[in-house]
Ligand binder design. Sequence first.
Ligand code: AHM
Ligand code: MG
Length: 343
Amino acid sequence: MPDYTVTTTRYLGFADQNLTTLQSYILAEEDDHGGTGDFSWIISGISLAGRAIANKVRRARIDDVIGGLDSSNVHGEEQQKLDIIANEFIMRCLGDRADIGVLASEEGETPTIIRSPKEGGKYCVAFDPLDGSSNIDVSVGVGTIFSILKSDHEDFDDAEQLILQPGTKQVAAGYILYGSSVIFVLTTGHGVDMFVLDPAIGTFVQVASKLKMPDEKKIYSINEAYYDKFPAEYQNYLQWAHKNDYSARYIGSMVADVHRTLVKGGVFIYPPTGVHRKGKLRLMYEANPMGFIMEQAGGLAYADTDRIMDIEPEALHQRCSVIMGSKGEVENVLRFLRNGGES
Ligand code: AHM
Ligand code: MG
């Protein structure tokens, strides 16, 4: 007689627990926190889009969707074919969900109003459909990042007004990493949970609950090629790290770099540079959602010396610098930014 207990336990990844899918997890969360069930429709839309994008990413070379288009996006950056495809998937998977008010994408200049708050549009979703997409050509991990906010102004002039809220107002945030496996990381403000796509059953299965990141780990993740263009405080931090036995890890896809930082610890940094004087990464759909996840996992997330989630946004595509990761490692960088590194 085969030992089914052992097989099931291995499949779930941890003993003595029932199989929890992303969908059942969200329904249970809503039950626990007095939700109405509306929210689970949004997460299931994102999960559906994520599975569709994962499939496209895997098949990119076979389907000949590698490489750039002749167009550029609102930031003047070359658009990859898969940027547009991923954007379409998300718009289509979320566009018909009853409670969606506003959808705002990295790929679109202005947010799209699906329905006003009066018509039942309760939530805004800001997203980067395919972060790090220029890495697809070489099969490096890329990802989708999303931030969910309430849209509760009855009176508004434009969609931006509904969505321009600080990160502290996020009701949920997450990312999907299309790497050697497809990972869905989510927070609804009650810790961080992690799911892995089981391709055999087409479902995200929970593999970690209330994830806590290490408080310290001597790893920094930064594009050090821009060293000469970094402000002196960041250069001083790096010199200090060189003398203190740090390792460097930099993939060049924020989702992959942040995911490693979440799981293994360390600090991910994108400082102001000569080209991007305020930093490169976007506040609303990159820094805020990732910052929310980091904080919920016990880490910190700063833009220079300001907490990312406290920044009052002024524009949908606003950029900011980013220092996020293990508490002790972020504090080491902040020490240099605040007083040149003197403790
Ligand atoms: P994208 O949204 O256009 O893909 O750009 C964001 C990406 C991040 O994933 C990554 O952290 C960063 O750009 C890498 O930039 P760089 O090549 O300057 O190091
Ligand atoms: Mg991006």
